[in-house]
Design a protein around this ligand. Structure first.
Ligand SMILES: NC(=O)c1ccc[n+]([C@@H]2O[C@H](COP(=O)([O-])OP(=O)(O)OC[C@H]3O[C@@H](n4cnc5c(N)ncnc54)[C@H](OP(=O)(O)O)[C@@H]3O)[C@@H](O)[C@H]2O)c1
Length: 297
């Protein structure tokens, strides 16, 4: 296999910096080129990874797609675009085909929950999921971490129930992403998703409390076994907090329990490192899949 080139755009951001570390873990021979704000972006690469916000990704896409065989976008800009696969490799890598040119990596908040739902969907007819999130400051990028470092920040010793912008419906843009992205990744357009997203004073790692309703009654032992058997999920009966798992690759599912009155309602606590499986690790896994399946000459 010839050495492939991977370009990281937004390489000085939080996700961009971690992406460089993640790419160093790739088993395939490769060379990495980094592009900051001022760098010339017209160099040829095999895979371009955009670690930039929605507006910058939109600005860069026409430039980099003229030079790259594949583009992986970490932003939300193209996640709902028809024909653009939105990919968690353990769930739906097969959505990437030989004709794919642009792949979107999902929102960090719903990545873990979507993996858990994917594990359950094999044996249960999932109908509805309510969730409340407890999201880290680093999920808001460099600017929010700088704000948090200020003793007068409104994010210190506080929980802020607005992430993104409030839409006409009263939901925030982050909540709308949750609904749409879970449906698209799982290819379950009819599943009801009832989100409430909250920023908490934790630097790294997100948690969600989720309440999941199926058509059938759940069997708790079977649920635990399905979760534990899913690639990338740890479910071993221990309780995991954000502090415990920062820096870890996996998604952690804990506090499984059934509703005492309705056995078709399952509760759980889902925790993941928003910068790793929620961002850079997922992006690296997509790059690895492309190298294995489409750039293996
Ligand atoms: N943080 C998370 O947990 C997370 C999780 C999943 C997805 N994402 C998504 O990943 C993307 C990056 O997030 P982040 O948290 O890393 O944000 P960030 O820390 O704000 O980093 C964004 C980077 O983009 C750079 N940039 C701006 N304009 C550019 C241009 N024209 N060319 C090249 N680089 C440019 C910035 O440069 P300067 O350094 O010069 O300002 C900055 O380094 C966003 O779309 C975000 O929604 C983030």
């Amino acid at each position: 296999m010839t050495t492939k080139t991977i370009g990281v755009y937004g390489a000085n951001g939080i996700v961009g910096r971690l992406m460089l570390k993640e790419l160093a873990r790739l088993p395939q021979a490769h060379e990495v080129k980094t592009f900051g704000r001022e760098d010339d972006k017209t160099q040829k690469v095999d895979i371009a990874v955009l670690c930039t916000d929605d507006a910058v990704s939109a600005e860069l896409l026409p430039i980099v797609s003229a030079q790259a065989k594949f583009v992986i976008d970490m932003s939300a800009k193209y996640r709902q675009t028809e024909g653009v696969p939105l990919v968690i490799p353990e769930v739906n890598a097969a959505a990437i085909t030989k004709d794919t040119r642009l792949i979107a990596s999902p929102n960090c908040t719903i990545t873990g929950l979507t993996m858990a739902l994917n594990a359950l969907k094999k044996d249960y007819t999932l109908q509805e999921v309510f969730f409340s999130s407890y999201q880290a400051i680093s999920g808001g990028g460099k600017k929010l971490l700088e704000d948090f470092a200020n003793p007068s920040s409104n994010y210190r010793a506080n929980c802020v129930p607005v992430i993104g912008s409030i839409q006409e419906s009263g939901f925030t843009s982050e909540e709308i992403k949750g609904i749409n992205e879970i449906r698209k990744i799982l290819d379950m357009p009819a599943i009801k998703v009832r989100p409430h997203t909250v920023r908490v004073p934790v630097e790294v790692s997100h948690s969600l409390s989720a309440t999941i309703k199926a058509k059938e009654d759940f069997d708790l032992q079977k649920v635990a076994a399905l979760l534990a058997a899913h690639a990338g999920i740890i479910c071993d009966g221990k309780i995991y907090t954000q502090k415990d798992i920062a820096g870890r690759d996996e998604v952690f599912c804990s506090r499984l329990r059934l509703d005492p009155e309705d056995k078709n309602i399952l509760y759980m606590w889902v925790t993941l490192d928003n910068l790793l499986k929620g961002a850079a690790l997922n992006g690296r896994q997509i790059a690895q899949y492309l190298l294995e399946h489409f750039l293996n000459d």
